[in-house]
Design a protein around this ligand. Structure first.
Ligand code: HEC
Length: 117
């Protein structure tokens, strides 16, 4: 009995840590996803000031820079996030996130990093 409860807890925690695709779709939170999968390179604030950045050429884009604000649109970001950027450290995420999730990530960057003063 005690053993079965223990197993249930293990399975339940594994499901929490590794959410299945459908669950991720329903509960997708772009803020959390950005922190989890993008901030390592781009930084939690999207400014690209991370310890890893100095080892990359080109470095991750500083989304808060005036250049990024002028240059980037929702559509261009969706393309780069889906396919990655050739010749850079930016990987494509279409195998990991659905189209809607990628759009939500691009909207997150647009709303929180590009538009911030
Ligand atoms: C391994 C490091 C790394 C990770 C992880 C990463 N990126 Fe990038 N990303 C980069 C680099 C480096 C560039 C710069 C490419 C360039 O200069 O063209 C970039 C470019 C981009 C661009 C295009 C910006 C531009 O200037 O054209 C977007 C949008 C972007 N990343 C979003 C994301 C999102 C969203 C995630 C998480 C799902 C993510 N990145 C994860 C390294 C990373």
């Amino acid at each position: 009995m005690v053993r079965i409860d223990f197993l249930k807890i293990i399975v339940a925690s594994a499901l929490l840590i590794l959410p299945g695709k459908s669950m991720a779709e329903v509960d997708f939170d772009p803020t959390k996803a950005f922190v989890k999968t993008c901030s390592l390179c781009h930084g939690v604030h999207g400014d690209g000031k991370t310890p890893l950045a100095s080892s990359m050429n080109p470095p991750p884009t500083d989304f808060s820079s005036p250049d990024a604000r002028k240059r980037l649109t929702l559509e261009t970001m969706i393309t780069v996030i889906s396919k990655g950027a050739k010749g850079t450290a930016m990987p494509g995420w279409s195998g990991r996130y659905t189209k809607n999730e990628i759009k939500a990530l691009a909207q997150h960057i647009l709303a929180h990093f590009l538009k911030s003063p």
